[in-house]
Design a binder for this molecule. Structure first.
Ligand code: HEM
Length: 313
């Protein structure tokens, strides 16, 4: 895992205590201003990390397919496209608008807030905000369903290998695809389930997060459906930076799913296995308690690529 403290494009950095997921669309005529903001992001970040080095502040910018060519002037990454909705018999993963993602992470909420404020200030009228979600670490990295979330994430060199594009697309090497989805949970009905039932749905024990055996046949757990394996047995990892969010006073409880992968098709296959099911019809029962309300795809280029963007003459 790279030492990415204070960095833009901190692609394989460990989970922090706080995060902001900011998705914006660039308005007509706003491209040049938006480009200036992302080119200057490293300097903006530096003024904060110099003052608060211990907060592990980072910001990763993802760029969507709709504006990629115009804002970067570079060839489009091989797999970059809009989010493809996945329509199962019972549940749908919808696509929603978004041209830029700012994934801000830090050990302190106030530092995340300040960076988001400065970014939005600088963007001004160049963008409209599609979604702003403030995530927090819950206890020992649990989601609001009460399960430890992120255990199976790759670490060290395995994380780089799962996340960073390599020779398969040399022009975009070192960058990564990012998929975001915001899920809302009807918490009272989830909490009404016996713990054993919840554990069977997730595929891990609730207290310790230990793996349960995969079902031989029939209904598969979330863990099994989200595992993508080639015919030769090779497993394809992604890095998930999921965070809980919510407003108990508004009855809002959610999980912000954010997946980094060098291969977008791996996340697409996970979504198809979850929403359509394997076999089709036996969807991931986590979805009976989790409604996807957003869905977007971005490509996060290497920091030096981001810093070198210039408007086409
Ligand atoms: C409501 C949204 C979601 C929740 C609450 C959730 C929660 C969990 C939990 C508790 C685990 C087991 C612990 C762990 O290994 O991290 C897990 C595993 C996993 N989830 Fe999710 N998840 C959600 C959505 C998704 C989505 C949308 C994807 C992919 C498109 C995904 C991919 C995975 C993967 C790859 C694993 C690891 C499987 C393995 O053991 O190899 N999850 N998730």
């Amino acid at each position: 895992m790279s030492d990415t403290t204070g960095a833009v494009q901190a692609l394989t950095t460990p989970l922090t205590a706080n995060a902001v997921f900011l998705v914006v669309s660039v308005v007509s005529g706003g491209i040049d201003s938006a480009r200036d903001v992302i080119v200057d992001l490293a300097d903006t970040l530096k003024t904060l990390t110099f003052r608060f080095p211990e907060t592990m502040l980072t910001c990763t910018v993802g760029i969507g397919n709709r504006i990629w060519a115009e804002i970067t002037g570079l060839p489009t990454p091989a797999q970059l496209r809009d989010f493809t909705p996945v329509i199962g018999a019972a549940h749908t993963a919808p696509a929603t608008p978004g041209d830029l993602l700012f994934h801000i992470r830090a050990e302190r909420a106030d530092v995340c807030f300040e960076l988001e404020r400065q970014i939005l200030d600088a963007l001004g009228y160049a963008v409209s905000v599609e979604d702003e979600t403030v995530g927090f670490r819950s206890f020992d990295r649990r989601d609001l369903l009460g399960f430890v979330d992120g255990t199976a994430n790759p670490v060290g060199p395995d994380a780089d290998d799962a996340v960073l594009v390599g020779d398969e697309d040399p022009g975009n090497a070192g960058g990564t695809y990012v998929v975001t989805q915001k899920y809302l949970h009807p918490l009272p009905s989830w909490r009404a389930l016996p713990t054993e039932r919840q554990e069977a749905i997730i595929g891990r024990t609730k207290l310790e997060g230990l793996e349960l055996d995969d079902a031989e046949r029939g209904q598969k757990s979330h863990k099994t459906l989200a595992t993508v394996t080639d015919d030769d047995g090779t497993e394809h990892d992604i890095q998930r930076d999921n965070m809980p969010f919510g407003r108990p006073g508004h009855g809002e409880f959610g999980t912000y799913f954010l997946g980094y992968s060098r291969d977008l098709s791996v996340i697409q296959t996970m979504l198809e296995r979850m929403f359509i099911g394997d076999p089709p019809g036996l969807h991931d029962q986590l979805l009976d308690f989790s409604t996807a309300v957003t869905g977007s795809v971005f490509f996060a280029p290497r920091a030096d690529v981001l810093a070198s963007l210039r408007s086409p003459d």
